[in-house]
Design a protein around this ligand. Structure first.
Ligand SMILES: N[C@@H](CCC(=O)N[C@@H](CS)C(=O)NCC(=O)O)C(=O)O
Length: 216
């Protein structure tokens, strides 16, 4: 069995398929050529059924041998330490990759998730709209001046930033050509396509299992 195990739910409804955050870890492993297994915890009862491994009842979490980790960002940085395909080895490149990885989580996703939540809850224009717009405009300026965030090459920071930005409601919020080209460039990578297809197949197989169980 592989040393690396990515944990996700055994099933999710159709809406989030292709967006569940285990995809971030799958994508990183695919980019780096790291072999991994995928295992599951039940979606039903998630609030309490795996709190010992993920204290908020969420996915993903990761095992590397005996090491257990939660938070997709922490898992990505851990995987990045295994391959220079994900993070440059020179100190400046490494520090800047860490910086932009945290920026994806703490400056963009920190706004985009609550904004998205209010939007899908019915508040199309909400109190976070201005903040969200400002953040994406600021990022648009950065992305109009460079192809990738760090060191002129794809890193784990791009993987995470593109994953945050590709959420359909975020991607279609305003017209930002450099950001759109960046997301298209990142998601055109074979490693992303494989990770996404594998996640979708994983949940489709779960549908089949569930309908067999119901039938029999
Ligand atoms: N900050 C966490 C967020 C994880 C997260 O939101 N996971 C979603 C799936 S993509 C989840 O488990 N949602 C179910 C829930 O929150 O109950 C991370 O990046 O790992």
């Amino acid at each position: 069995m592989s040393e690396l195990t990515i944990w996700t739910y055994d099933w999710v409804p159709e809406g989030p398929r292709g967006l569940v955050r285990d995809l971030r870890l799958r994508w990183a492993c695919e980019e780096a050529g790291l072999s991994y297994a995928v295992r599951t915890v039940p979606f039903d009862g998630r609030e309490t059924n795996h709190l010992a491994r993920q204290p908020f009842g969420q996915v993903p979490f990761l095992n590397d041998g005996e090491l257990e980790m939660f938070e997709s960002g922490a898992g990505l940085l851990h995987l990045a330490g295994k391959s220079d395909k994900l993070m440059p080895v020179d100190p400046v490149g490494e520090a800047q990759t860490r910086q932009w990885t945290i920026a994806a989580l703490n400056s963009i996703e920190m706004v985009s998730v609550p904004w998205w939540f209010l939007k899908v809850s019915g508040a199309e224009k909400n109190q976070l709209t201005g903040w969200m717009s400002l953040r994406l405009d600021q990022l648009e300026k950065v992305l109009s001046e460079r192809e990738w965030l760090v060191a002129g090459r794809f890193t784990v920071a791009d993987l995470l930033m593109a994953d945050v930005l590709r959420v359909p409601d975020v991607r279609s919020f305003g017209d930002r050509p450099a950001t759109e080209a960046y997301v298209a460039r990142a998601t055109d990578r074979p490693a992303f396509k494989k990770a996404r297809a594998d996640q979708i197949s994983h949940f489709e197989a779960a549908d089949e299992r569930r309908s067999r169980q119901k039938a029999g």
